[in-house]
Structures are given as C-alpha cells and as structure tokens.
Design a protein around this ligand. Sequence first.
Ligand SMILES: Nc1ncnc2c1ncn2[C@@H]1O[C@H](COP(=O)(O)OP(=O)(O)OP(=O)(O)O)[C@@H](O)[C@H]1O
Ligand SMILES: [Mg+2]
Length: 311
Amino acid sequence: MSSVISAVGLGRSFGEVEAVKGVDCEVKQGEIYGFLGPNGAGKSTVVKMLTTLLRPSFGSAEIFGLDLLKQSDEIRLRIGVALQDASLDEKQTGREILRLQGRLYGLTRSEADRRIDELSSVIEVDAIDRRVGTYSGGMERRLDLAASLMHNPDLLFLDEPTTGLDPQSRAYVWQEVKRLNSAFGTTIFLTTQYLEEADVLANRVGIINEGRIVAQGTPEELKRSVGSDVVEVRLLSNPDDVRSSIEALSVVDHVETGTDRLLISVRDGAASVSPIAVALDKSGAQVDELTLRTPSLDDVFFEITGGRIEI
Ligand SMILES: Nc1ncnc2c1ncn2[C@@H]1O[C@H](COP(=O)(O)OP(=O)(O)OP(=O)(O)O)[C@@H](O)[C@H]1O
Ligand SMILES: [Mg+2]
C-alpha cells in the first residue's frame, strides 16, 4: 500500500524550546493513524507541520508523495484539517461557515450547498441555520469536522477531536471517523490524549512523548510488548498505607499508587490475585474493587517513559 504521509526527522523549535525533536512517521493509504501523547508532547506542532501551517525547523516530509515545503499548495487541496483550537465566528451560522469553507476550496455556491446536504449527518440539521454562538462544545466540534470535509479530502487531520466532549458526542465523533474511513477510504491522522480512543479507533498508533515518537505499532502489538499483567485495586482507604506490604510479595514486579488506586504489575496474573487479596486484607485496606487485566496502552506508555497519560 502506498504511503500517504512520510516524515523523516521532522522537528520544530520555538526559540530555546525544541517542541518536536525529529519524528519519523509513515502512514499508509486508508489507515486511521492514532497519535497518542500527553499534554505538551508535541502533537499539535506535528499536525501543524504536516498540514503546511507551520514550517519545520528541520527534517522533511512528503504528503501523497508531494514535498511539504515545495508543493504545499497542491497538498492543501487534498487534505482536510480540524485543528484543536478552531476559532469559529460566533456570529455566523453553521451554514454560512460551511459555504465560506466551500468557496475557499473553489466550490460554486450550488456545489457547496449540495455538499452541505451530504454532510447533514455530521451536523445537527436543526442547528445548521443557528448562530455558532449558540452551539454546545460538541456541536462546534461537529461543525468543524464538517468544514474540514467540505472539499472531500483524501487525508483528514483531526487534532484532539473529542477532548472535552461528553460521552455521547465522543461516541458520535468516533462513529463518524469510522464511517468516513470505511465508506470513502479517507486516511485519517488523529491525535488524542485518550488511550481508549487510540485503542478503539486506530489501526496503528504512534506514541509521542516530549517531542519524540517512543513507540509505534498496532494497539495489539504495543500491548503485547509489555510483558506483565496488571492488577488494579480501587481503595476506599489510602493506597500508600498498603504499598509496602504489596511490594514485598514475591509475585509482584512493581507497584504504583494513585489517589484512590494501586496499579500492580505482575508476571503471572492468575497466580497473583489471591496473594494480593490476602495481603490487602491483612494490612487492613478497604478494597472497593480488584480487577486483573492485560496491559493497556497506558501501561505501554508507562513501561517506556515511567509516566502515565491518565491516572
Ligand atoms: N508557538 C509556540 N511558541 C512557543 N512554544 C510552543 C508553541 N507551540 C507549542 N509550543 C510548545 O511546544 C510543546 C509542544 O506543544 P504542542 O501544542 O505541540 O503539544 P500537544 O501535544 O499538542 O499538547 P496538548 O495535548 O496540550 O494539545 C509545548 O512545550 C509547547 O509549550
Ligand atoms: Mg495539542
């Protein structure tokens, strides 16, 4: 399959700050590529470079085989972008914004109107003639998504499309991303801080931390690379009180404490649950819930960086 995005050593500095430190990344036609990383990892900076909105300080990239710097006009016609901090004009209606977007890409008024009808599933139909100032966060996101789709792009960049959305709006965006990908073969480059989002949506995931890609693969490959299972214990008492007695168990590799939970890495999940339960009981912990699970993408992130994306 041919490469839609091919970046080599792509980087960007802002003064002293090296925000992106040389990213190599390959996205194939028809893929949903999930770019997962915590706040400030460099996700938006990479998106802005790949969409020709920000000049790289070093490295190079091709989009559809076109050179990012030399052929940026051709690239722009074939890509759609929904940025993280889209600022929509509050006084305009949804329809006006979409028409304007259509005109920017050379659609005639009637072509734009036809396209708006086609995109009616993306936007709530009864909201389209209301001023954007009256929209909820979820509706703004959907309008922004529709705007990025007006010119039928072959490649779509979505920068944290679901951050701050309620679960229902998030599920809606997920469904729409899947539909675009399967119905039209649109290649999608999606950034997220949500592990589940990367896991559920992406065929392949790149994990970015402090400006570098630290792991890349299918969600399954990445999770398999973590050798240990995880026993997760939710507590009503203070997790730090029992930490040392859990760490002392021979079945336990490593313990982390959160505000109300323990994350216990163990090599053999099945053999570990009962000694852990006994030790918790002996040390007087008030256990709310104890679950054994296979590694998540967060465990992958932890194994590589020593930090957590979500805790
Ligand atoms: N225009 C800028 N000037 C100076 N520093 C910047 C600029 N844009 C980004 N940075 C810095 O670059 C780093 C990466 O920022 P970026 O916005 O790419 O992260 P992100 O992964 O998108 O984070 P978030 O999840 O919060 O959106 C941060 O340290 C940020 O402060
Ligand atoms: Mg960002």
